[in-house]
Ligand binder design. Structure first.
Ligand code: AMP
Length: 112
């Protein structure tokens, strides 16, 4: 499958890892929209949150990993935003489920 995030998870494409466990991988976005911009992805390939909801445990594992990333990046007190883009209207550009974690400054009403 020609999926850039699957290749990142497999180590075939370099990434700046923030956190990893059995189910998830988290790394810095290559085009950050905020001082902290991390992508949290399931290791199992699904396209979006709708498919992810059908994979037992996947959304819980993602939420657990988001919590770890927030802790590692020191965002608990200041706050942060999570975003999951799905489909054309949301301009989803990578067809592998990912949670954007954005923070590190007061965020505006666009994504970052
Ligand atoms: P979305 O538009 O929600 O599909 O977000 C995809 C995100 O993946 C964008 O913010 C991109 O900057 C990011 N991205 C694409 N390729 C890479 C890469 N090789 N390493 C890190 N982030 C990437």
């Amino acid at each position: 499958m020609d999926c850039i995030f699957c290749k990142i998870i497999a180590g075939e494409i370099p990434s700046a890892r923030v956190y990893e466990d059995e189910y998830t991988y988290a790394f810095y976005d290559i085009e950050p929209q905020a001082p902290v911009h991390v992508l949290v992805v399931p290791k199992q390939h699904v396209t979006n949150v709708i498919e992810g909801a059908q994979a037992p445990g996947m959304m819980q594992h993602l939420a657990d990993a988001v919590a770890r990333v927030v802790e590692l990046e020191g965002l608990q007190q200041s706050g942060f935003r999570t975003v999951m883009n799905t489909g054309a209207d949301a301009r989803q550009s990578v067809q592998h489920l990912h949670v954007h974690v954005l923070g590190g400054h007061p965020l505006n009403l666009t994504m970052g």
